[in-house]
Design a protein around this ligand. Structure first.
Ligand SMILES: [Fe+2]
Length: 236
């Protein structure tokens, strides 16, 4: 029997018995909602990150302005820039890599991953999105987890938006109360606001895109700047 079958059997067993054929079922302690097969997105807001972000800002602009690296952005024609993907091997980025590794260790622990293995950053890169730029929807093949860290994010710099991976659900959507906040379990999109110092870690297979940067700041202060990374599990 698969884990899925076990879960389904549990839900059926927990379902309440109708009090009578003519009366609706009242909420009772026996009526339980159990989320299964969830899509986990982790948010980790670093405290006192100003010095770290200033250092990263200088490094990222220096790399872009050097012209040494090939631009890998999927919206390069609009002016976005995407560095090479080996920043995790550059000791200049050791501080942010340590923060990422700390978050990954916590995820490994929270999800009961094997203690003989570790989540390891396998690629890491920076992106600069000037005003008017975003990133088309995509996922990150050949990885377990992926993440983003916001180095600079002015107001209206563009949310990251994740799309419900359960595509079968688009075949038949229920109607919802328009005046009530829809339960998180029923969302079909999830938006995260970019905030300097915020780290988001999500399943690599989860499709996501970035809205256009609509910042009204002047010059480089208007740029949306991130560090992005891919993660796999390796033997210690
Ligand atoms: Fe991405």
């Amino acid at each position: 029997m698969t884990a899925g079958n076990v879960a389904l059997a549990t839900v059926v067993a927990d379902a309440p018995k109708p009090a009578s054929k003519s009366k609706p079922v009242a909420a009772t302690e026996g009526f339980i909602q159990k989320p299964h097969f969830p899509t986990l997105i982790f948010q980790n807001d670093l405290q006192q990150c100003n010095d770290l972000n200033k250092t990263l800002l200088d490094l990222i602009y220096a790399e872009r302005d050097s012209g040494r690296t090939h631009n890998k952005s999927n919206t390069a024609e609009l002016g976005s820039w995407h560095s090479a993907t080996n920043l995790h091997k550059n000791s200049d980025y050791a501080a942010i890599l340590a923060e990422i590794n700390s978050a990954l260790a916590r995820i490994s622990d929270d999800l009961s991953y094997s203690k003989d293995h570790v989540l390891k950053v396998t690629s890491m890169w920076s992106i600069i999105n000037p005003p008017g730029n975003g990133n088309r929807a995509h996922c990150h093949p050949n990885s377990l987890w992926s993440g983003v860290y916001y180095v600079q994010a002015p107001e209206n710099a563009g949310n990251i938006e994740f799309t419900d991976p359960r595509t079968a659900l688009v075949m038949n959507q229920p109607k919802y109360e328009t005046k009530k906040k829809r339960p998180r379990e029923c969302w079909t999109k999830a938006n995260f606001k970019p905030v300097p110092g915020r780290m988001i870690i999500f399943p690599a297979w989860l499709y996501h895109g970035v809205a256009s940067n609509l910042s009204k700041e002047i010059g480089r202060a208007a740029d949306r700047i991130i560090i992005s990374f891919n993660v796999n599990q390796v033997k210690k």
